[in-house]
Structure formats: structure tokens, C-alpha cells
Ligand binder design. Sequence first.
Ligand code: UD1
Length: 369
Amino acid sequence: MQKVAIHLIIAARPNIMKVAPLYHQLIKSTWAIPILVHTGQHYDDNMSGTFLRTLNMPEPSFHLNVSGGTNAYQTGQTMIAYDELCQKNKPDLTIVVGDVNATIACALTAKKRGIPVGHVEAGLRSFDPTMPEEINRLATDSISDWYWTPSVDATKRLQKEGVENKKIVEVGNLMIDSFCLMQNEIMKNKITETLQLMNKDYGVVTFHRPANVDSSNQLEKIVNEVIKISGALKLVFPVHPRTKKRLIEFKLYDKLATSENILLIEPQPYLAFMNLVRTAKVIITDSGGIQEETTYIGVPCLTLRENTERPVTITLGTNQLVSVDTVYDKVKATLMAPSPKKCFIPGWDGKASERLFQHLEQIFAEKLK
Ligand code: UD1
């Protein structure tokens, strides 16, 4: 039987949680050969390898080894490296996920080689053109062949932008699939014990977006607010490599590290991080994925951004946008309010990868006859 070769592109930490459930669907099938391609954007073991192992993924078949540098460098080098790979090893389909630099780099490269492209998490928009991720989303969604959306707002956005209906399938949220798959392991994880947080009130802080960390002025304001909040609530802060670099460069790292009620820790493996989130009183973040995970679990999320490409987490979930000027008051208000209930968003049910897999079967039905 003829088989279909599918490249699954992973680059940065959150991509792995979105690709893993689909990889497991494809590897079980009789007709697909899923091929993992790691572009190298996140290269530290604690940003990549540990996530692959936890989610029972094999070592990627190909490593493009593109890391560091500017957005243009990352995008350009990834295009060159992926083009060389496609020349030797042309797949029947390239699947890209999310909004990172490798998403647009590999989508563009595949298209120019005549390879169809599918985009997981299509249709999200922050309407903030200063974010590199927004440019990546817009550009990827202007050239994809298949659009797999996580929620109805994303589907409607693509329709409004003129994407043909037959190319859009609202499969739901693949990141929630990973959470559902690993839920038991997440519950068993011992991180709260290790950090002596069992049965204690604490918050989790994470941020890494260029708008928050690349300007010393903004980063200093955030650091001051975090310290102020730690007067009211113990805070655990897994520091992203970009953030660490900037904190050290702007001489703010020690200020945080010496604050009594703040626990600065390394980026955490998936199970440990989700375990921490699960029993936190509040999460303060600028991450995209965490806005979704907190909504699914029912933990209050304060997003330190002016906008979100995931509005459904606000309208139906536990998410609120905050600024450096409002975050302290919002934390106080959150601590006083009753805990939110677990929210239900259509398609966030642990079955998104199954729906995507069924769509892939339809796409390749002719070829597989
Ligand atoms: C990227 C994504 C962002 C996503 C985030 C998830 C883009 C434009 N941004 O941001 O959408 O939310 O990943 O974490 O693609 N570094 C290390 N070790 C690593 C990885 C990175 O030291 O394992 C360093 C890099 O060399 C760089 C910095 O951290 O100096 C930032 O990494 P970068 O790839 O620019 O993107 P992120 O800020 O992580």
C-alpha cells in the first residue's frame, strides 16, 4: 500500500504539545508516515528534549539546527535549511503549527516546492502588527492549503478574510489533547512538594514576549510589580531563556532573585509546569498556550498584554488582560473572588487530533485508493 509522508514541523516549546497528539494518531495508522522535523529554535533540553520524551515522541528524524539570531535570521536560515531537506526528502504534506518563525519559514518553503501546507491553530489574530507572531500568523494563513482552527472565532476570522470554506476545518484545540493525554501523570507530579508549596497559596509568573522583556523600562516596571505582588502572594517564576538574558542585561535579575517571596526557577518540564498551574491561585503570563490551559483547567489567568489572539479565553474562559498599572489590583481582586469553574469551549475536549486525523484521511482518500 502506498503511504503518505507528512512532515510535522516543531521549533519552539509549545509546538511540541500541539504536534504530539497528532503524531500519535498518525503513527498508529496504516497509511501515514509522520516525519518529525525540528528546526532548532528552542534547543535547550529543558525547552525541547524533555517535552518530546514526556509526550512519548521519538527523536526527530531531522534537525535543522537553526537557533538564536534575529527574526529575519531565524526565518531565512530555516527556509534555506528546510528547502535543502525538501529537495532530498519531499513530503506529500507539510504541517506547521502556531505562530513561531519556523511556521512561516517552512510553510513558505514547502509552498514554493509545490508541497501542500496545513496549518494547525489557523485563524488566530491579535491585530497587533508589532508582534512577530502576528506577522507569522497572517503570512502563514495567506498561503496554506488547509486551515485547522481551534475555535469558532478563528473559523469566522478566516471566512471573513476570504478563505474558502472547504479549506477550513474547526478541529478544536490540540494543546488541550496533550493535557488530557497526560492528565494522570500531571496529577502525580511532585513539583509542589519539592518546592514546599503543598496546600499553600501561590501564584505562577511567566513572561517572555519581546514587548515585555526587550525594553529595560517595561521590564523594570514589570519586575517592580511582581515584587509588589509577592508581598501579598508567594510567586513561582520559571524564567524563559529570553527573559533571563534580558533580566541579567538590564541588571534586574538579582533584584528578583533576592526577593523573599519569589521563587525563581528554570523553565519546567511539561508535567511539572502543568502541576504547578493546576493548584495555583492565579497565573500572570504573556504566553499564548497558558491562556488556553488555564481556561481549560479553570484557574484564573491574568495576561500581561494589550491584546490576545485567543479572545475565546476571555469571553468563555478565565482570562483577563492586564497592564503593569492594573496587574497588582487584579491579583488582589482575583484572590478575593470565588475560584472560577472549569470552562467548556467547543472542541477543547481532548479529541481535536482525532478530528484532524479524520480530515487527513479524507484529503488523501483518492491517493490511498
Ligand atoms: C518563541 C516564539 C513565541 C513563543 C515562544 C515559546 C517566535 C517569533 N516567537 O519566542 O511565539 O511563544 O517561543 O517559548 O517564534 N534560547 C535559549 N534556549 C532555548 C531557546 C531559546 O537560550 O532553548 C534563547 C535564544 O537563543 C534567544 C532567546 O532565548 O536568544 C529567545 O528565543 P527565540 O527563539 O527568539 O524566541 P522566544 O522568545 O522563545
